[in-house]
Design a protein around this ligand. Structure first.
Ligand SMILES: CC(=O)N[C@H]1[C@@H](OP(=O)(O)O)O[C@H](CO)[C@@H](O)[C@@H]1O
Ligand SMILES: [Mg+2]
Length: 526
């Protein structure tokens, strides 16, 4: 129990560094840990208010995610396990940046607007907020999202404990793979890079629930290396190479989590030592084609869409639309946008290219699947498909992208289909691509439209990009201000790596010249 005035007094013990201004973005607050003391305190206050407003349990996740060890961050989890609603992101920013002597006013404003509504606040009799804390200790970000959801739905979808999480997801995995029992130990083997983060500990904790259905070799388990340093999903995706210090045999199936285990990418090296990355786009393709096949077998008329961002490789979009005839949507970067779009379909598969994503099933879809699974009159093919769909609903964490649950689904699909990682990789060939960063004095000068695929300002930038793109075959390029770093991101893809690199460099130069670049002019890639 904490009186308002008492809380304010306490807040003075966690002062805001002078001049520091932070914004609640796609990743919550994220910066060097030294600058976050006041943020942690104030987000505790905001979580209390959000809980009061929604009359529900709210999650508070402290994590540096895929960022370096010296960083930290905090984000709030809404009642259904979703990301914090946008209006409250603004309150978070306001509380974070309020000077100490203005904090009381900022907090009262939230209370007045959201909780007391038209009632007058009587200064000295501010409501006493009773707050129940449930401390889960060290968990992955998606585990917290899952437990908040279970908590607020009174256990309808599962038990709000870490053990409950393992039981539900692993049971579904065992169900999915039970007819693939002739797999060899080699086929069941998977190398997991835990990014020296929480995912590694949790995989170890979970393993026995899998009933030997998966043979995991764990690397970067946090026993020596630094968090996300030369390892993890972000490193592998951006560098397009395996984590340092991992011995992988040619052809061996590997995956990397990020530090808080909400992203996953797969990869292998071939016998020539060439690295093959299976990123979020390949994962979305594997999952959506599996689901589409099952829907056909089950005779269920449910629509299925894949939601991507502009970073999705052009080959994946073409393959999904033209070969697989799946609906494809493109949204702005940031999982909340993808999640929202995916909710519009019976089944929405969403993945960012960096490996953050999940599958959403509408209530109607879940009911239809269940009916068919329980229908005594349906034939064997239909019944098998319905049961597999039902287990897929249970194996996936629908609240948010989840490396562990995504890994279980991917492994199950490969097992059910008897597919190797090489066969999965061969579904389509990625267009060579390159991502670069450009420093500018104020990245807000760049404004975009069409799901960030076109720049509307500064004047002339889009025209410059258009004419550069025309020089190369199968080329595409776009620029956007990052939401998490003080840079402009440049993306280019083209028929060859040389073309993609050259185009990315030329577009970087256009950004540098037209959008107020600082420091040295971008140099061509070696
Ligand atoms: C190109 C890229 O990977 N961008 C990432 C990155 O956002 P930026 O706004 O690009 O900095 O961090 C976000 C939060 O983790 C993630 O949602 C997004 O996909
Ligand atoms: Mg993360």
């Amino acid at each position: 129990m904490a009186e308002f005035q008492e809380v304010l007094k306490q807040s003075a013990l966690h002062p805001k560094p002078a001049g520091l201004c932070l914004q609640y973005g796609t990743a919550g607050f994220r910066t060097n840990a030294k600058q976050l003391d006041h943020i942690m305190f104030r987000m505790g206050m905001l979580a209390t208010l959000r809980s009061k407003k929604t009359q529900a349990t709210i999650g508070v996740m402290v994590t540096a995610s895929h960022n370096p060890e010296e960083d930290n961050g905090v984000k709030l989890v809404d009642p259904m396990g979703e990301m914090l609603t946008p209006a409250w992101e603004d309150y978070a920013t306001q509380l974070a940046n309020a000077e100490q002597d203005d904090l009381a006013r900022a907090v009262k404003e939230v209370i007045q607007k959201e909780i007391l509504l038209n009632q007058r606040i009587v200064e000295s009799k501010l409501e006493t907020f009773t707050l129940m804390y449930l401390y889960y200790g060290l968990v992955t970000t998606p585990q917290l999202h899952y437990m908040v959801w279970c908590q607020n739905t009174k256990g309808k979808y599962g038990e709000a404990t870490v053990e409950g999480y393992y039981r539900k997801h692993c049971q579904a995995y065992v169900q999915l793979t039970k007819n693939a029992s002739n797999r060899t130990d080699d086929q069941k083997h998977l190398c997991v890079d835990g990014a020296n983060g929480i995912g590694a500990l949790k995989v170890r904790e979970m393993e026995h629930h899998l009933q030997k259905g998966l043979q995991i070799s764990l690397f970067n388990d946090g026993s020596k290396g630094k968090l996300n340093h030369q390892c993890g999903a972000d490193f592998v995706k951006v560098q397009q190479k395996p984590p340092a210090d991992i011995e992988i045999n040619p052809g061996e199936r590997c995956c990397s989590f990020d530090g808080d285990a909400d992203r996953i990418v797969y990869y292998y090296t071939d016998s020539d030592g060439r690295f093959h990355l299976l990123d979020g786009d390949k994962i979305a393709t594997l999952i959506s084609t599996f689901l589409k096949e099952l829907l056909t077998q089950a005779g269920l008329d449910l629509n299925i869409a894949v939601v991507q961002t502009a970073y999705a490789n052009g080959s994946s979009t073409l393959y999904l639309e033209n070969t697989m005839k799946v609906i494809v949507k493109c949204t702005k970067t940031g999982v909340k946008h993808l999640h929202h779009e995916a909710q519009k379909f019976d089944i929405g598969v969403y993945f960012e290219a960096n490996g953050h994503g999940t599958v959403l099933f509408s209530q109607a879809a879940v009911e239809k699947i269940q009916q068919l699974a329980e229908d005594a009159n349906s034939d064997d093919t239909k019944k098998r498909a319905a049961l597999l769909l039902q287990s897929t609903v249970n194996v996936i964490n629908q609240t948010v992208g989840d490396a562990i649950s995504d890994m279980l689904l991917i492994e199950a699909i490969l097992a059910v289909r008897g597919m190797t990682v090489q066969q999965w990789d061969a579904m389509y060939t990625d267009l060579p691509n390159r991502q670069l960063k450009v420093k500018v004095s104020d990245r807000r000068v760049i404004d975009t439209t069409d799901a960030e695929r076109r720049a509307v300002s500064p004047a002339g930038l889009q025209d410059a990009i258009d004419s550069l793109v025309k020089k190369y075959r199968q080329a595409r390029s776009f620029v956007r201000p990052s939401g998490t770093e003080d840079v402009v991101r440049v993306y280019a893809e083209a028929e060859t790596q040389e073309s993609a690199d050259a185009l990315a460099h030329e577009v970087s130069l256009a950004v540098y010249r037209l959008a107020g670049g600082v420091g040295d002019e971008p140099k061509p890639l070696q």
